[in-house]
Design a protein around this ligand. Structure first.
Ligand SMILES: Cc1cc2nc3c(=O)[nH]c(=O)nc-3n(C[C@H](O)[C@H](O)[C@H](O)COP(=O)(O)OP(=O)(O)OC[C@H]3O[C@@H](n4cnc5c(N)ncnc54)[C@H](O)[C@@H]3O)c2cc1C
Ligand code: SF4
Ligand code: SF4
Length: 421
């Protein structure tokens, strides 16, 4: 295995930016036919958002299994070199001959780390756990999540220079903590570039009427993934944030931000399937529970129609065709009151629920952070492949299967660019 601490940045061939499922797939496809690849990932571990999912639709298997297989393939392949905590600062040159300036932020933990956890035990500072969307806290010396690749702890920069950091270092039996670790900048030479920086959940606070951030028991679909996950903030118990009460009645609000001229004008492709999947989380956890899906259209393309039919057959799951106009809180009970216009009856209807999940859509990461080089975008900030190629959700809203397909296509294109140069 070639990892970031043992590999000097040398002239490479294909650069993949983003170590989610799309980036990993592109890298493996190219490396397994013999090409050299660099993966650059800005967080401390590879895996991207898939690592945050509880189960995969349509099979409802844990995503950890597929990720682990890919991590093993990366470990065994000496053609792939990867850098975590690293971002691209500048791309210069052109096709076949790029100079890419990278900045690697310090981890403060070297590869002596055995994940023994002694530094976390000694650490007396807690920080919001971004992996769980701030629903719990974690120590400032932490493993990003159980499945992290690499399996190596990180020290949060906020404790560097404090007594806490010293305590963590003293607690480490393997001399793995380096408090003098500094940011490094270096340049790599590559011939083609694939952008695979994925997506962010659309900011739900922007939809004022849906009350996210104002009504405690309104959460987003990605928060629901973490809430239902055995390694999540409640160890898989689906309880409401305000009082920890087991959720009996739940509503899903579709197209929360998507297909809306004031927000994301496109269909996010995955959120109908995500809500259908999440009804199975609650129905399995609590046989008494009831779920209601408020939708404008339900989009379950191709083979996903079968999954929809299965969920529809459950008498405790109901579907309301209508746009949600308003979400409010009953201050006495903390229940959530949903007001919608039922399209079929034309009537205004009200529903009372323990908790509401907003099916928020996908915004390409390039809406916030552009490629520091010559890239093109469509009107929604998705990267339009040109000299710089793109795959996965930074190219278009995608599920994992589609991400895999565009990743394989991007690998082939990147190879063609090398061969033709
Ligand atoms: C609620 C919900 C449930 C879902 N459930 C399913 C499901 O069950 N089945 C399914 O098939 N799909 C599901 N999806 C869709 C799935 O999450 C995506 O298809 C998948 O995440 C796409 O992977 P990606 O690699 O394109 O992007 P990402 O997963 O976003 O990975 C991108 C990577 O790039 C990194 N990165 C970002 N910016 C930079 C930068 N500037 N420099 C370096 N690195 C960077 C990120 O840290 C990340 O590691 C779900 C989506 C949602 C919202
Ligand atoms: S940094 Fe040291 S103490 Fe912390 S998990 Fe790694 S080996 Fe253990
Ligand atoms: S997938 Fe469904 S919920 Fe998501 S934007 Fe499209 S229609 Fe709306």
């Amino acid at each position: 295995m070639a990892d970031e601490t043992t590999v000097a940045p040398v002239s490479g061939t294909i650069l993949v930016v983003g170590g989610g499922i799309s980036g990993i797939t592109t890298a493996l496809e190219a490396a397994e036919v013999g090409y050299e690849v660099f993966i650059v990932e800005k967080t401390p571990s590879l895996g991207g958002r898939v690592a945050q999912l509880n189960k995969y639709f349509p099979k409802l298997c844990p995503p950890t299994c597929g990720l682990e297989i890919n991590f093993q393939r990366i470990k065994k392949n000496n053609k792939i070199k990867w850098f975590t905590l690293t971002e691209v600062e500048k791309i210069s040159g052109g096709l076949g001959n790029y100079d890419v300036a990278l900045k690697q932020n310090p981890r403060y933990v070297n590869n002596n780390c055995t994940c023994c956890g002694k530094c976390a035990e000694a650490c007396d500072v807690e920080i919001p756990n971004v992996f769980n969307f701030g629903m719990d806290k974690r120590k400032a010396a932490y493993l990003p999540h159980e499945m992290s690749f690499p399996q190596r702890y990180v020290l949060d920069p906020s404790i560097i220079g404090t007594k806490t950091a010293q305590k963590c270092r003293e607690a480490c039996p393997y001399d793995a903590i380096d408090l003098d670790d500094k940011a490094k900048t270096f340049t790599i030479k590559v011939a083609s570039i694939v952008w695979a920086t994925g997506w962010n959940p659309y900011d739900a606070t922007k939809m004022d009427n849906l009350s996210f951030g104002k009504v405690q028991n309104v959460i987003t679909n990605m928060m629901m993934e973490r809430l239902a996950a055995p390694n999540g903030p409640t160890h898989g118990k689906i309880v409401r944030p305000s009082d920890g009460k087991v959720v009996n009645s739940i509503a899903f609000v579709q197209c929360a931000g998507s297909r809306d001229e004031n927000h994301l004008t496109f269909c996010s492709y995955i959120c109908c399937m995500a809500s259908l999947k999440q009804t199975t989380y609650i129905r399995e956890a609590n046989p008494e529970s009831r779920a209601t899906i408020y939708y404008i259209d339900l989009r379950t393309p191709g083979r996903y129609e079968k999954f929809y039919n299965k969920v529809k057959a459950d008498g405790n799951v109901s579907f309301v065709k209508g746009k949600v106009a308003k979400i409010e809180e009953d201050p006495a009970t903390k229940d959530v009151i949903v007001t919608a216009e039922d399209t079929l009856s034309g009537k205004k209807i009200h529903g009372r629920f323990d908790m509401v999940v907003l099916a928020t859509g996908m915004e390409p990461s390039t809406a916030r952070e552009k490629v520091p080089g010559n890239a093109k975008y469509d009107e929604n900030n998705f990267v339009v492949p040109g000299e710089i190629l793109a795959t996965g959700c930074v190219k278009k809203p995608s599920d994992v299967m589609l991400s895999g397909e565009t990743a394989t296509a991007a690998a082939l294109k990147a190879i063609q660019m090398l061969v033709r140069r």
